[in-house]
Design a protein around this ligand. Structure first.
Ligand code: GLC
Ligand code: CA
Length: 556
C-alpha cells in the first residue's frame, strides 16, 4: 500500500474525545518471523493499513511476560515485553512509528491481580504471615470471608479463594485461581502499581486501560465492588498522572450498572474515560426486538458526566459479549436471539464476533456500526470486525474471537509465513467466513466491501467533531422502530435516523427547532427537503439509516 502522509500528534489534552480506537492483540495481528505468533515488527508493518482505515488510536491487549493462561492478563512482569512479541526496543520503535502517523497508543495496566508466577507472588507465599512481602496479596484461613462477592468466571471457578499449600493459607482472586488479587491495603502495592504506570507513561504511551478496576479493595459485608477506597486510590493515581504527564488518559474497565459505572469518572478527578458496558447489550437488544426503547432507556438511566470525561462505546471486544448486568429475562432473550448454540455461551455471556452474531447480515452490521460511530462517546472497533471476520466457538475459553487477522488468501491468511500447525491459534476456515474470501486484500479491491464502506464512514466521522464532542438529544418520532437523535457542537448540527426493523418503515419526526434547515445526507451529499414546522417525513428500507448534516438553505 502507498504510504500516507505523516501527521504529527497535536497538542490536545482532550484528544480522546476525537478518538476512534482500534483494539488489537499484537500476537493476533501480523507475524514477522514465521514463528506463528504476531509481533511488534509485524504490527509496525501494518501501521499504514491502520492509518488508512481511519482510526487514530490503538489499544494493545497485554503484551507483557506471562504464562498466557488468561491471554496475558496474567502478568509475570509489569515492565518488559513478552519475548514472543519482540523486545522493549521493538515496542519503542512501534510507539514512534505510530506517533509519526498520528496514531496514539493505549496499553493495559492490569493492577487488580498478577499471575501466580509473578515474583511478588512467589515471594509472598514463602514470606512469614504479616510481613510486607506476604501482604502483597490477600490471605485468609477462613474461606467463608467476603461471601457476598460474586464469582465472575462462573464456568471455571467455584470460589474466590484458593488454598496455597506453600503459604498454608487461602489467597483471594476475582478471576482465575492462577490470578491472585493484589492487596491495595498495603502501601507497597500502591507504590508498585504507580511504578508500573510511570514505566509506560515515561516511555510515551498516551493512555492506560485500567483492567478490572472495580475490584481493587474488599471489605466484609459488601459485594467487594466499587468501594470508596478504590475511588480514593484512583484519585491518587490521577493526581500522580496530572502532575507528571501532559495529554495522557486513563480508561476504566468497569462492567457495572450505569450509576456505578459513571462513578469511575469521579468529579473529573478519576478516569478520563470509561467503557459504557450498560449500553452495549442494549444495542443488540434493540436490533433483536426491532424497538428503540432499550437504547433510549439505558441512555436516560446514564447520569451526566463531567465535562472533561468521555464514554468509550463498543459492540464487541476480546471478551464474551457480557450479559452480567442485564435482567434474567433480557439475558434469556439475548441467548435466544444471538446464541442458540450453547457452545457460543461462556460464563454469563456470548463468545462471538460481530459478523457471526448478526448472522453475517450486512445491513445489520452496517446499522450497528453506524450507531457505534454516531452515538455519544468514543467508538472502539475490535480488530477484524472491519472486514466481518468470523470466529470459532469450538476453541476453548474466549480464543474463538482472538484468531489471526486475515490479510489475504495466502497461507495462514497472510498472517504468518510459518508452518500452519505452529500458529498460536488456527485461522478461520468456516465455509461462510473462510479467510480466502474474508480478508483485507480482497476487500480493499472491492469498492462495495464492508472494509471500504467502514473506511468511508470513518472518514465522515473524522470530519465532524460533533460525533465525539457534541450534545445528544433524542428527537420525538411517531414510529418506535426508528431511533432519531441530534448531535450538536459549535456550528455543526448532525441528525441521525436509524431503522431498527428488518422491514421498510415510514416515520414522522418532530424537527421543528430546525425549521428552515436543509438535511444533507452525508454519504452521498444529497440534499433532502427543507425542514418545516410540520413533522418531517422519511422512509427507510429494512435496517436503513441516515446521517444528515443540517445546513442553512442557500439564500437566493
Ligand atoms: C478483564 C479482561 C479479560 C480478563 C480479565 C481477568 O476483564 O478484559 O480478558 O480475562 O480481566 O484478567
Ligand atoms: Ca513472530
Amino acid at each position: 500500500m502507498e504510504a500516507l502522509p505523516l501527521k504529527p500528534l497535536v497538542d490536545e489534552p482532550l484528544w480522546y474525545k476525537d478518538a476512534v480506537i482500534y483494539e488489537l492483540h499484537v500476537r493476533a495481528f501480523a507475524d514477522s518471523n514465521g514463528d506463528g505468533i504476531g509481533d511488534f515488527p509485524g504490527l509496525i508493518g501494518k501501521l499504514d493499513y491502520l492509518q488508512d482505515l481511519g482510526v487514530n488510536t490503538l489499544w494493545l491487549l497485554p503484551f507483557y511476560p506471562s504464562p498466557l493462561r488468561d491471554d496475558g492478563y496474567d502478568i509475570a512482569d509489569y515492565t518488559s515485553v513478552n519475548p514472543s512479541y519482540g523486545t522493549l526496543a521493538d515496542f519503542d520503535r512501534f510507539l514512534n512509528e505510530a506517533h509519526r502517523r498520528g496514531l496514539r497508543v493505549i496499553t493495559e495496566l492490569v493492577i487488580n491481580h498478577t499471575s501466580d508466577t509473578h515474583p511478588w507472588f512467589t515471594r509472598a507465599r514463602k514470606a512469614p504471615p504479616g510481613s510486607p512481602e506476604r501482604d502483597f496479596y490477600v490471605w485468609t484461613d477462613d474461606p467463608t470471608k467476603f461471601a457476598d462477592a460474586r464469582i465472575i468466571f462462573k464456568d471455571f471457578e467455584t470460589s474466590n479463594w484458593t488454598w496455597d499449600p506453600v503459604a498454608k493459607a487461602y489467597f483471594w482472586h476475582r478471576f482465575y485461581s492462577h490470578q491472585p488479587d493484589l492487596n491495595f491495603d498495603n502501601p507497597a502495592v500502591w507504590q508498585a502499581t504507580f511504578d508500573a504506570l510511570d514505566f509506560w507513561l515515561g516511555l510515551g504511551v498516551d493512555g492506560l486501560r485500567l483492567d478490572a478496576v472495580p475490584y481493587l479493595y474488599e471489605r466484609e459485608g459488601t459485594n467487594c465492588e466499587n468501594l470508596e477506597l478504590t475511588h480514593t486510590y484512583l484519585k491518587a493515581l490521577r493526581r500522580h498522572v496530572n502532575e507528571r504527564y501532559p495529554n495522557r488518559m486513563l480508561l476504566a474497565e468497569a462492567n457495572q450498572q450505569p450509576a456505578e459505572s459513571a462513578s469511575y469518572f469521579g468529579d473529573g478527578d478519576e478516569c478520563h474515560m470509561n467503557f459504557h458496558f450498560p449500553l452495549m447489550p442494549r444495542l443488540f437488544m434493540a436490533v433483536g426486538l426491532e424497538e428503540r426503547y432499550p437504547i433510549i432507556d439505558i441512555l436516560r438511566m446514564t447520569p451526566p458526566i463531567p465535562e472533561s470525561c468521555q464514554w468509550a462505546i463498543f459492540l464487541r471486544n476480546h471478551d464474551e459479549l457480557t450479559l452480567e448486568m442485564v435482567t434474567d429475562e433480557d439475558r434469556d432473550f439475548m441467548y435466544r436471539i444471538y446464541a442458540q448454540d450453547t457452545r457460543a455461551r461462556i460464563n454469563l455471556g456470548i463468545r462471538r464476533r460481530l459478523a457471526p452474531l448478526l448472522e453475517n447480515d450486512r445491513a445489520k452490521i452496517e446499522l450497528l456500526t453506524g450507531l457505534l460511530l454516531s452515538l455519544p462517546g468514543t467508538p472502539v472497533l475490535y480488530y477484524g470486525d472491519e472486514i466481518g471476520m468470523g470466529d470459532n466457538i469450538y476453541l476453548g475459553d474466549r480464543h474463538g474471537v482472538r484468531t489471526p487477522m486475515q490479510w489475504s488468501g495466502d497461507r495462514n491468511a497472510g498472517f504468518s509465513q510459518g508452518n500452519p500447525q505452529r500458529l498460536y491459534l488456527p485461522v478461520i476456515i468456516d465455509p461462510t467466513f473462510h479467510y480466502e474470501a474474508v480478508n483485507v486484500e480482497v476487500q480493499q479491491a472491492n469498492p462495495h466491501s464492508l472494509l471500504r464502506w467502514t473506511k468511508k464512514l470513518l472518514r465522515l466521522r473524522n470530519r465532524h467533531h460533533a460525533f465525539g464532542r457534541g450534545t445528544f438529544e433524542i428527537r420525538p418520532a411517531d414510529n418506535t422502530k426508528i431511533l432519531t437523535f441530534v448531535r450538536q457542537y459549535e456550528q455543526e448540527t448532525l441528525l441521525v435516523v436509524a431503522n431498527l426493523s428488518h422491514y421498510a418503515q415510514p416515520v414522522e419526526i418532530d424537527l421543528s427547532p430546525f425549521e428552515g434547515l436543509v438535511p444533507v445526507e452525508m454519504l452521498g451529499e444529497t440534499k433532502f427537503p427543507v425542514v418545516t414546522a410540520k413533522p418531517y417525513r422519511l422512509t427507510f428500507g429494512g435496517h436503513g439509516f441516515y446521517w444528515f448534516r443540517l445546513e442553512q438553505a442557500e439564500s437566493r
